[in-house]
Ligand binder design. Structure first.
Ligand SMILES: Cc1ncc(COP(=O)(O)O)c(C=O)c1O
Length: 425
């Protein structure tokens, strides 16, 4: 998919009024065009999503919900928000949807506060094993309010979750909420087992599928709601390929509590231009084209993993079952920071990341996280991804060799030219 931008007229008003911001935006267009973007939490939205987000809807105040607003003049906003809600429910087979969360962090916080009391226990994936900051990192405000307990992955068994151990932990800590979901984990989760364990200990179930929301929407990965989960949260801007924001899906019996928690509990006026863009993205996701895209995402991640592993790079979990790969750089005696920097120089944008039980600083961890949503949107196939895996391996295996860097950089440029991202036509 290429995104149409008429560069002659693009941002003309901005250009005339504010050259500095204009130059920065144009610079970012060039960066995206000339870079292989492998940050697994990013994507590129369609022109329709971008247009909607840049529309006059940004001018409107609409505190409240469709039909129950604290401001007048919301007849059109009610339409777009209702479309977003209905489309989200259909897409994910959910009983209720709240489309207002401003971000992924906010959607999780709103869910916790909506159904839990201060001091309640949340059992979620350990941060050092792939969980997200909002799943209980001590640095967050939530960690002062709720009692977060972390479960780990089995590093000596390809990173699987030992569900017997998880069950024992749940019996011991008696969580009110069992939370499944991750930011850096490459295996599929067994939603059915999570639900069984939660039922046994009387916990509610929540899946934070932010990373794999698009794969679930396209039914290429299983949907936790089909297994009876109470809550499912997802960011809308990752694999789901919508505008930046959050989405909460839940059973009808929690609908009121969740809506109240988002507004007025946590947020003020919703970003209705973003909500309308979410509606557009949900419609796009409910299509054959999107299913084809997500199938290609899975194939491309396999290609990337193959190219890396066949060229001596170690992957946590020995491969991937989703859209991302987590590289363990210890065998090459390297750290994430330097690899991220050198790859950046050759035009490959990646994300240093901790590996399970990492003893190094989070600012310079032992791993690197990469993924394929952006390059798949751009049209690359699994063979291209295998080549990219090899290029990354070449850099890792020759981190100080400038000739290698130059060669890799040339191939990256060729690939970017072959698959243009933004075009005039
Ligand atoms: C699993 C998970 N949950 C929540 C979030 C938070 O999303 P946001 O950055 O929009 O606050 C992320 C973002 O990376 C995530 O990976």
């Amino acid at each position: 998919m290429t995104i149409k931008i008429d560069f002659k007229s693009h941002l003309e008003n901005l250009k005339n009024q504010d050259q500095e911001v204009y130059n920065a935006v144009m610079g970012e267009i060039q960066r995206q065009e000339n870079t292989l973007e492998l940050i697994p939490s990013e994507n590129v939205v369609t022109s329709a999503v971008m247009e909607t987000q840049g529309s006059v809807l940004t001018n409107k105040y609409s505190e409240g919900y469709p039909g129950k607003r604290y401001y007048g003049g919301n007849q059109f906003i009610d339409k777009t928000e209702t479309l977003a809600i209905d489309r989200a429910k259909k897409l994910f087979r959910a009983e209720h949807a709240n489309v207002q969360p401003l971000s992924g962090a906010v959607m999780n916080i709103a869910t916790y506060f909506g159904v839990l009391e201060t001091g309640d226990t949340i059992l979620g994936m350990d941060l050092g094993h792939g969980g997200h900051l909002t799943h209980g990192h001590p640095i967050t405000h939530m960690a002062k309010v709720f009692n977060f307990v972390g479960y780990k992955t089995e590093t000596d068994k390809d990173g699987i979750i030992d569900y017997d151990k998880l069950r024992a932990q749940a019996i011991e800590c008696k969580p009110k909420l069992l939370l499944a979901g991750f930011s850096a984990y490459t295996k599929t989760l067994d939603w059915k087992k999570f639900k069984e364990i939660a039922d046994e200990v009387g916990a509610m179930t929540m899946a934070d599928v932010s990373h794999i929301g698009g794969l679930i929407a396209a039914n290429v990965l299983e949907n936790p709601l089909d297994h009876g989960f109470d809550f499912m949260t997802t960011t809308t801007h990752k694999t789901l390929r919508g505008p930046r924001g959050g989405l909460i899906l839940c059973k009808e019996k929690y609908a009121k509590a969740i809506d109240k928690s988002v507004f007025p509990g946590l947020q003020g006026g919703p970003l209705e231009h973003v909500i309308a863009a979410k509606a557009v993205a949900f419609k796009e996701a409910d299509s054959e084209e999107f299913v084809t895209y997500q199938k290609q995402v899975l194939k491309n991640a396999q290609g990337l993993a193959k190219g890396l592993m066949e060229n001596g790079v170690t992957l946590v979990t020995n491969g991937t079952e989703n859209h991302m790969c987590l590289l363990d750089l210890r065998p090459q005696d390297l750290k994430g920071k330097i690899v991220e920097e050198v790859l950046d120089e050759v035009g490959i944008c990646t994300n240093k990341n901790a590996i399970p039980d990492d003893t190094a600083s989070p600012l310079n961890p032992n791993g690197l996280r990469i993924g394929v949503p952006v390059i798949t949107t751009r049209g690359l196939n699994e063979t291209d991804c295998e080549v990219i895996g090899k290029l990354i391996a070449d850099v890792i295996n020759n981190i100080e060799d400038e000739t290698t860097h130059k060669n890799v950089s040339e191939v990256v440029s060729e690939i970017c030219k072959k698959y243009p991202l933004y075009t005039n036509e």
